[in-house]
Design a protein around this ligand. Structure first.
Ligand code: F6R
Length: 610
């Protein structure tokens, strides 16, 4: 949560930081702020509740100028969203300013100590102010030293950027369990929580590791490890285009990202299926014996990534012939799961920084599991702490609601199942070929679905005033129901609920009444008749049914009030297709309801708190 940006160089930092913050607004957007150091050794701080536009309005025509500055966009944890709780926070002397992404777990103890033993008066309720006050307490002419001493006292997660008026040419930053990167410019350097903030200015970055401190001036970046020993770092070259993080003519990032799915699926498959149709995944180094030795596989993730894991369970069990459990990361880490060296732990995460997923990964690692991850952000914490990484090449996903990350996660799940099954020798050649063909056909089939966008928009006009929606499905379709329901509720704020269709009559059906909208996903041939029975059950109680079915399922026409057809495909890969019209439907319903689609209320893109 929260985004930080910092600049040190010879230009005015104000515009650079505000532009960078706008690229990080997906990380949190309940307040924002900026602190600048002037050559006259003055500290200027401006901060405001609400979106970055509010901060810009506050600054207005003021000619703020400084060659050193830090900025922040917030997702509140300690202290309600307000001007005073917004970052940057300053120390009692007003010399030092801090921006922080994360949570200081022992902030209460530190605050009491600072108040009672040092007579420091706090201005805000934020845990971050404790950092600023601690650094101020230890400051004795050397910012680096003061920051180091302060971090020795801090527990929790933090990516911080610190500046001090007495040292107007340098910035200090530290990373512990919250992402931090350094951008290497010409005659200037940057810090940020994520790459999009810096794409306009740099392509070369350093990925900062846990417990490292960085000291930057316009010409030099020094990195120190937790023992304050200098470390060298390889430059990471970013090959994204700047436009990848822009809307490219679409009204919202979400719609753009929905439309990018054919291409990013292609990118995610590229290089992983060779010219002979064999799965070749360079980044996974597991022998046949190792794969055979796994007696337990856990897939662990949160939210949409967890829903991708539900599909992954089906795929891996079927293709690799081994039992798979799927767990929500926040539960997994506290339930003392059975793990040993014969366990394969698979983390799925778009950001690679989700704290619950990372903590579950560490728990599994400590108990000897082999760690594999499916991650979108290259060099993120989850990726770095894994034995094997299978990247989803989805590019930057900016909309808070995940779309292209989900479908590329599904691709990786299928690839992994095929890879393991092939190595174990448990997939028949013809079955294997069929899967490969189906995966390769997915981009074109999704393009077909996207051509039907107008029809889905029309349906959205019909349905957007509903207050309750139920999603039902069986098998793979049940897994898709959960994701479709999450998509709708998080951006439209409609109360939506998903359940396995067969489970409906065990309680939930009590909520079905005249005109209740039920979205029934029925793409599985084997389960189609059962789904028709479940549709009948809700229709008898007055439900209005929207069916999602394959192109040849004419019976659906007779059962449902409306139908969205998806192209023919093998049942097992239908989640790649069936989710797409439901992403589009959620998008248009939210749009018609006037919702802030890319930045839904109370949410943030990267959840780096428990
Ligand atoms: C919903 C959504 C979230 C994320 C979840 C995990 O659209 O995006 O549910 O899937 O917060 O995030 P990552 O994948 O970054 O670990």
């Amino acid at each position: 949560m929260c985004g930080i940006v910092g600049y040190v160089g010879h230009s005015n930092a104000t515009g650079i930081i505000i532009e960078g913050l706008k690229k990080l607004e997906y990380r949190g957007y309940d307040s924002s702020g900026i602190a600048l150091c002037t050559k006259e050794k003055e500290l200027i701080v401006r901060k405001k509740k609400g979106r970055i536009a509010n901060l810009e309005e506050l600054i207005g025509d003021e000619n703020l100028y400084g060659n050193l500055g830090i900025g922040h966009t917030r997702w509140a944890t300690h202290g309600a969203p307000s001007d005073v709780n917004a970052h940057p926070h300053t120390d009692a002397s007003g010399r030092i300013a801090v921006v922080h992404n994360g949570i200081i777990e022992n902030y209460q103890i530190l605050r009491e100590e600072l108040e009672n033993e040092h007579g420091i008066q706090f201005k805000s309720e934020s845990d971050t102010e404790v950092i600023a006050q601690l650094i101020g307490l230890y400051y004795d002419g050397d910012l680096e030293e003061a920051v180091f001493k302060a971090t020795e006292r801090m527990r929790g997660a933090y990516g911080i950027g610190v500046i001090c008026v007495n040292e107007p040419d340098r910035m200090v930053a530290v990373r512990k369990d919250s992402p931090l990167i350094v951008g290497l410019g010409k005659g200037c350097n940057f810090i940020a929580s994520d790459i999009p903030a810096l794409l306009k200015h740099v392509r070369q970055i350093y990925l900062i590791e846990n417990n490292e401190m960085v000291v930057l001036n316009a010409n030099e970046v020094k990195i120190y490890n937790g023992d304050r020993q200098p470390v060298s770092r390889e430059v990471f070259n970013v090959n994204w285009e700047d436009e990848a993080a822009e809307k490219g003519g679409y009204d919202h990032f979400m719609l753009k990202e929905i439309h990018e799915q054919p291409q990013v699926i292609k990118d995610t498959l590229a290089g992983r299926i060779d010219e002979n149709g064999e799965i070749a995944i360079d980044s996974i180094h597991m022998s046949k014996e190792e794969i055979e030795s796994f007696n337990r596989i856990y897939i662990v993730a949160c939210g949409t990534a967890y829903h991708a894991g539900l599909v992954g369970k089906f795929a891996i069990e079927k293709l690799a012939g081994v039992g798979v459990e799927v767990d929500v990361a926040s539960e997994f880490r506290y339930r003392d799961p059975f793990i040993d060296e014969k366990t394969l732990f698979i983390a799925i995460s778009q950001s690679g920084e989700t704290l619950d997923t990372l903590a579950a990964l560490r728990e599994a690692k400590a108990k000897g599991a082999r760690i594999m991850s499916i991650v979108n952000v290259v060099g993120s914490s989850v990726a770095r702490e894994s034995d094997d990484v299978l990247y989803t090449w989805a590019g930057p996903e900016i909309a808070v609601a995940s779309t292209k990350a989900y479908t590329t996660q599904l691709i990786c799940m299928y690839l992994l199942g095929l890879y393991m099954g092939r190595k174990k020798g448990v997939i028949a050649d013809d079955v294997y070929r069929r899967y490969v063909d189906e995966l390769e056909a997915a981009p074109d089939r999704i393009r077909e679905i996207l051509k039907g966008e107008k029809h889905i928009e029309t349906l959205a006009r019909k349905l957007y005033r509903r207050n309750n929606v139920f999603f039902i499905g069986r098998g793979y379709d049940a897994a898709v129901s959960y994701e479709a329901s999450l998509k709708l509720k998080e951006i439209s704020y409609i109360n939506s609920f998903a359940t396995a269709a067969g489970e409906l009559k065990h309680g939930t059906i009590a909520l079905i009444e005249q005109d209740t909208l039920v979205i029934a996903i029925a793409t599985q041939q084997r389960l189609f008749e059962k789904m028709l029975s479940n549709i009948q059950e809700v229709k008898t109680r007055g439900a209005y049914v929207l069916g999602i079915a394959k192109a040849d399922s004419t019976e659906m026409d007779q059962q449902a009030e409306d139908v969205i057809y998806i192209p023919q495909c093998m049942d097992e890969v239908s989640p790649l297709l069936s989710i797409v019209p439901l992403q589009i439907l959620a998008y248009y319903i939210a749009k018609l309801r006037g919702c802030d689609i890319d930045k839904p209320k109370n949410l943030a893109k990267s959840v780096t708190v428990e």
